[in-house]
Design a protein around this ligand. Structure first.
Ligand code: MTE
Ligand code: MO
Length: 383
């Protein structure tokens, strides 16, 4: 693989793997802005960053189990109504390093910042599919298509040198309410190379792995995509499954992500001078479920206080209000007194009353995905 033409990156990103480039921002930087700046947004790649230099000739082909296959230019896609969707993208491997401390897992290590919140601009996939003759809210095309496969142009060793790919169900793709985008903008600017220039899918509420960058083609298929990242990766296994007894066919590809939160105003271990400290971080859930509550404990989980939550600075967040962004994280904050050295804990509750598991060992899985256990940090008071 050729890594000689990688784009420039922000110097404060923490590099977890250099080639392919995988990096996340420091915790404090992540919560310094509700909309994550593009250069600080985590970057998760499986191969070199491709170069699309002739945008006039760029086409995304749409074909497969449908009547009229078509090739669309960027001009065709920009002609469709443009939507800006604020959505949090989270890698299923977020917080993997912490899971690895229980028992070793396979995969790139991540702290708590393999997540970011952006304003994605583009056409709705439901409109694009309608343009090529597949009506809204279609579950099966007349020729038996049930899934929409996104195929990229990058080269991944896991695909034996083939491109990255993933699929979502056709009824999600053709549902305007699901807000699946073919995005060409991130925070009001054209997508940059790292994030999928010129065009990527954004599947809100679903693990980042299904939001395919650098789209080359879209296929309407009968079964879900058979690619590596759908069938041999990004599946959730119980703690009993190891590399000797694993049967990948027993599990479905992970789609929605579960309720998650992390403290970002503190590192894993902190020495504080003052007894009054601010605990802040993010909380988010998949599937468009909002956050109903964030509980904080300053005694390792014996007693709890509720943090305040917001999406717009200073304005209290209430899940489900029309002004709230249903696909986006909330920030939480609380000021607390720390009389002595202790463990601080954060846990969130989503609108379906889903809670996070207390300990990481009960959700340990060999690929180290979906570590959504209570987030714990140590605070040592040093006068
Ligand atoms: N798309 C392509 N073409 N190649 C990739 O390696 N990685 C996926 C997804 N789409 C990937 C991809 C994964 S695992 C994640 S978490 C997100 O992109 C990360 O998107 P980002 O780099 O824009 O943050
Ligand atoms: Mo990911």
């Amino acid at each position: 693989s050729d890594y000689s033409q990688e784009p420039p990156r922000h110097p404060s990103l923490r590099i977890n793997a250099k080639e392919p480039f995988n990096a996340e921002p420091p915790r404090l930087a992540l919560i310094s802005s509700y909309v994550t700046p593009v250069d600080l947004f985590y970057k998760r790649n499986h191969g070199p960053i491709p170069i699309v230099d002739d945008i006039e000739r760029y086409r995304v082909s749409i074909s497969g189990l449908m009547e009229n296959p078509k090739e669309l230019s960027m001009t065709d896609i920009r002609k469709l109504p443009k939507y800006n969707v604020t959505a949090t993208l989270q890698c299923a491997g977020n917080r993997r390093t912490a899971m690895s401390k229980t028992r070793t897992v396979k995969g790139v290590g991540w702290d708590v910042a393999a997540i970011g919140n952006a304003i994605w601009g583009g056409a709705k996939l439901a409109d694009v599919l309608e343009l090529v003759g597949i009506p809204k809210l279609t579950t099966t095309t007349t020729s038996g298509g049930k899934h929409v496969e996104f195929v990229s142009i990058d080269i991944c060793k896991e695909e034996n040198g083939g491109p990255y790919k993933a699929s979502i169900p056709l009824n999600q793709a053709t549902n305007s309410e699901a807000d699946v985008l073919l995005a060409y903008e991130m925070n009001g600017e054209p997508l940059n190379r790292d994030h999928g220039y010129p065009l990527r899918s954004i599947v809100p509420g679903v693990i980042g792995a299904r939001s395919v960058k650098w789209l080359d083609s879209i296929n309407i298929i009968a079964e879900e995509c058979q690619g590596f990242f759908m069938q041999k990766d990004y599946k959730m296994f119980p703690p009993s499954v190891n590399w000797e007894n694993i049967d990948w066919s027993t599990r479905r590809p992970q789609m929605d992500f579960p309720v998650q939160c992390a403290i970002c105003s503190l590192e894993d271990v902190n020495v504080v001078k003052h007894e009054k400290i601010t605990i802040s971080g993010y909380a988010v859930s998949g599937g468009g479920r909002g956050i109903d509550r964030v509980d904080l404990s300053i005694d390792g989980g014996k007693t709890w206080v509720e943090a305040s939550r917001y999406q717009t600075t200073g304005i209290k967040y209430i899940a489900g209000e029309t002004s709230s962004d249903k696909w986006a994280w909330v920030f939480f904050t609380a000021k607390v007194d720390i009389p002595q050295s202790t463990e601080i804990v954060a846990k969130a509750v989503d609108t379906a009353a889903n809670v996070q598991p207390e300990n990481v060992d009960v959700i340990w899985n060999l690929r180290g995905i979906l570590n959504t256990s209570w987030h714990r940090v140590d605070v040592r008071v040093g006068h």
